[in-house]
Design a protein around this ligand. Structure first.
Ligand SMILES: *Cc1c(COP(=O)(O)O)cnc(C)c1O
Length: 375
């Protein structure tokens, strides 16, 4: 067997799937700057700046706001392993792939997941949710996905959290695809624990998961009866490394260059402004929508529940899903997403995330799809 010794040179794709999204060249440049020590005073300063920018992006004053050194799934796991102890009851809303992963996380922590199920492609139903809260007054937390990337559905995070708080539940939110793409206000909405990802609407490289915990959540963590079963994701230990003021203790080696990249991505978002970024996603979604509808493609999700950054359209009868996607990739260097789970083969998922939510990408995608569908 011979080893392929050629360096890997990736093609220049246009990424319009469910993530990763197109990375701003400025961020790639930041990534390639010289690596410095992870306890170098200048790096520690960069960590603090990154935390402040994350507080801005999440709209929170939470002191415990930082990136976990691993992808969104690790942020999800960090939230559950820290907040859920054996025997705890957690209400989990599921309307797509990621609610199912929350359920597995609760169960692996020894907790009991009470599922509130809604059809894939619809938003979390507040009446069903209230019913579950009434039936389970002993529930410790309520977990849901703000932007369900598997279906392109936005759930009403503000209303869900308000309801959970009426029943004195901690609120756990998956904001992997929502952060930077649609309105999100951690403090105002009373979110206790939230995780996101870098490769969706922040348009950064994959591999980091910004998280934030409220003071209430920190109290719950401090009062645990059992140690967090994950050493790496134990927030008490992670805080000693990312915490403010006091001397930093070595916990793990931060992915130094990836933090450069995240910092740059957050600077770009800060410069643009949150409202402007949300408005841009909404405007590009409307342009894409009219282009796709002109091609005869129909949206699956009800208009008021659609995510601008993830557009799910039905594949027309008689069209070969895999062939269309491979032609887009091979002839146009364009990636769009396939359907997941029950929607596999039935839908396409077209992402308009962060840097990729621009007029050029919209036009390119509509024109490429038009050519592939007509020949
Ligand atoms: C992408 C995604 C995740 C997982 O993030 P990874 O970085 O792939 O681990 C979790 N939740 C949602 C809603 C996502 O879109």
């Amino acid at each position: 067997m011979s080893i392929n010794t050629q360096s890997f040179i990736p093609p220049k794709r246009t990424l319009m799937g469910p993530g990763p999204s197109d990375v701003d060249p400025r961020i790639l440049q930041a990534l390639s700057l010289p690596t410095i020590g992870h306890l170098d005073p200048l790096f520690v300063e960069l960590m603090d700046n990154t935390k402040q920018l994350l507080q801005f992006a999440f709209q929170t004053k939470n002191a415990l706001t930082m990136p976990i050194s691993a992808p969104g799934s690790a942020g999800m796991e960090a939230v559950f392993v820290n907040l859920v102890e054996p025997g705890d009851k957690v209400i989990v809303c599921q309307n797509g792939v990621f609610g199912g992963r929350m359920q597995q996380n609760v169960q692996r922590c020894g907790g009991r997941a009470i599922m509130v199920q809604d059809d894939w492609g619809t938003a979390t139903d507040l009446n069903k949710l209230e019913q579950a809260l009434k039936e389970h007054p002993d529930a410790k937390a309520l977990a849901f996905v703000h932007a369900e990337t598997s279906t392109g559905v936005r759930s009403d995070a503000q209303a869900i959290c308000a309801l959970a708080k009426q029943y004195e539940c901690l609120t756990i939110v998956d904001a992997v695809t929502s952060l930077g793409g649609i309105e999100l206000a951690v403090d105002e909405w009373q979110i206790d624990a939230i995780y996101s990802g870098t490769q969706k609407c922040l348009s950064c490289v994959p591999g980091l998961s910004p998280v934030s915990f409220s003071d209430t959540a920190i109290k719950v963590i401090k009062n645990r009866q059992t140690p967090v079963q994950s050493w790496f994701l134990d927030m008490d230990l992670v805080m000693g490394y990312w915490g403010q003021g006091t001397k930093r203790a070595y916990h793990h080696t931060a992915p130094v260059n990836s933090i450069y990249a995240l910092h740059e991505a957050l600077l770009i978002l800060h410069k643009e402004g949150l409202q402007t970024a949300w408005d841009r996603h909404a405007a590009m979604h409307q342009t894409l929508r009219s282009g796709l509808e002109d091609l005869g493609l129909e949206f699956v999700v009800k208009e008021q529940d659609r995510l601008p950054q993830l557009n799910m359209v039905r594949i027309p009868d008689g069209i070969d899903d895999a062939l269309v996607r491979s032609r887009l990739l091979n002839e146009f260097d364009l990636e769009i997403g396939a359907g997941l789970g029950v929607l596999a083969g039935k839908v396409w998922r077209i992402g308009l995330m962060g840097y990729g939510a621009n007029q050029r990408n919209v036009e390119y995608c509509v024109s490429a799809l038009s050519q592939v569908l007509s020949s």
